[in-house]
Design a protein around this ligand. Structure first.
Ligand code: DAH
Length: 357
């Protein structure tokens, strides 16, 4: 048993020098395990004289617990080292921006609707909605478009096979039926805009069988043409972000308004290049007019007491003009390269500049 001291320092040195948890476990098995060296010495105690056994037994027990606690201590230190190394290697910088390829884009239709809603929202309009599948009465008759009226043919309507009260249902050809639904359900004053999907059987660079419109309707006791003009001039200037954008009202005809006006904005077309703003040319962007008294009567509103104005425009059309998108069909082709080019980053607040002081 004279070599206990040598064994002790040999083992403790090995423990202190062990570089990982596996090496440490190997030491534990080699020294304290069933077939280990210290366990082997313990077995020799039985053959000793009682006096000698007592002293040796004590020394071996002390050695055992010293080794065990040295292993424990070293184990704790190695675990902390391993954790620190892991923390350094796996460091995450939470302040880094998200990888760009993970970012989606806002579709120009959604962006344009948001902008239109924001501008009219500032003027006190609220958003109304109605069904895409509409009754003939709401889409045509109540809007003063009687049966056989040429406007019905002009609209290239999609009819559904099922009938309701002798009329086939239609995919609404414009957002105007929501005017009727609102006037039936809401007492004036009314100030709504109606963004939504509309359908006509048409397909070329400026038409698609499904497209979007936004409708506007104001009904109050003293509403007049001056309000219509002020409201739409402000809208055009705010939407195209041009304080002095020329806006012109041109007499027109719609069955649901009287008088009616189409709204043109100033533009130039020089050398094949088209630009919105000052110039000697005009571009039509929306239809409008004072609500036809017959339409008010159809909705149970007394035209002697109330009057108002309405307007309607194509969302794709104004988006194409503002953002230079040449073909309307591309809005609906779901081409990601197109969306990455023409789409908008999220969290971009719609432009509110111009015309809305
Ligand atoms: N509904 C018309 C269309 O689809 C647009 C329109 C013109 C709506 C004049 C109106 C309006 O409310 O007053 O072409």
């Amino acid at each position: 048993m004279d070599n206990v001291e040598t064994l002790r320092s040999e083992i403790l040195d090995a423990v202190a020098g062990s570089s990982d948890l596996k090496a440490l476990e190997d030491i534990r098995i080699a020294e304290l395990g069933k077939k280990g060296r210290v366990s082997g010495l313990m077995k020799t105690l039985g053959k000793m004289e009682p006096e000698e056994r007592k002293a040796a037994g004590q020394a071996l027990n002390v050695l055992k617990s010293e080794i065990a606690s040295a292993i424990d201590g070293r184990k704790g230190a190695l675990e902390i080292e391993a954790l620190n190394a892991q923390l350094i290697n796996e460091r995450i910088d939470v302040s880094l921006p998200v990888r760009p390829e993970d970012q989606g884009r806002i579709h120009p239709i959604s962006q344009t609707i948001d902008e239109v809603v924001a501008i009219f929202g500032e003027m006190g309009f609220t958003v109304a909605e109605g069904p895409d599948i509409e009754e003939d009465w709401y889409n045509f008759s109540a809007l003063n478009i009687p049966p056989e009226h040429p406007a019905r043919q002009e609209h290239d309507t999609f009819y559904l096979p099922n009938e309701k009260e002798g009329h086939r249902m239609v995919l609404r050809t414009h957002t105007s039926p929501v005017q009727i639904r609102t006037m039936q359900n809401q007492k004036p004053p009314i100030r709504i805009i109606v963004p939504g999907r509309t359908y006509r059987c048409d397909y070329d660079a400026t038409h698609s069988p499904m497209f979007h419109q936004v409708e506007g309707l104001v009904i109050d006791k003293k509403t007049h043409m001056g309000h219509l003009k002020g409201c739409l001039i402000d809208f055009c200037r705010a939407f195209f972000d041009m304080d002095d954008l020329p806006v012109k009202f041109r007499p027109s005809y719609f069955p649901f308004t009287e008088p009616s006006a189409e709204v043109d904005i100033g533009c130039t077309r020089e050398g094949g290049e088209f630009k919105i703003g000052h110039g000697d040319d005009w571009l039509e962007i929306l239809g409008s007019g004072m609500v036809n008294p017959q339409v008010l009567v159809n909705c149970g509103i007394d035209p002697e007491e109330y009057q108002g104005f309405a307007f309607g425009m194509g969302i794709e059309r104004i988006a194409m003009l503002k953002y230079g998108i040449p073909d309307l069909r591309t809005f609906f082709e779901s081409d990601l390269r197109w969306l990455r080019h023409y789409g908008f980053q999220s969290l971009q607040t719609p432009s509110m500049v111009g015309g809305l002081d």
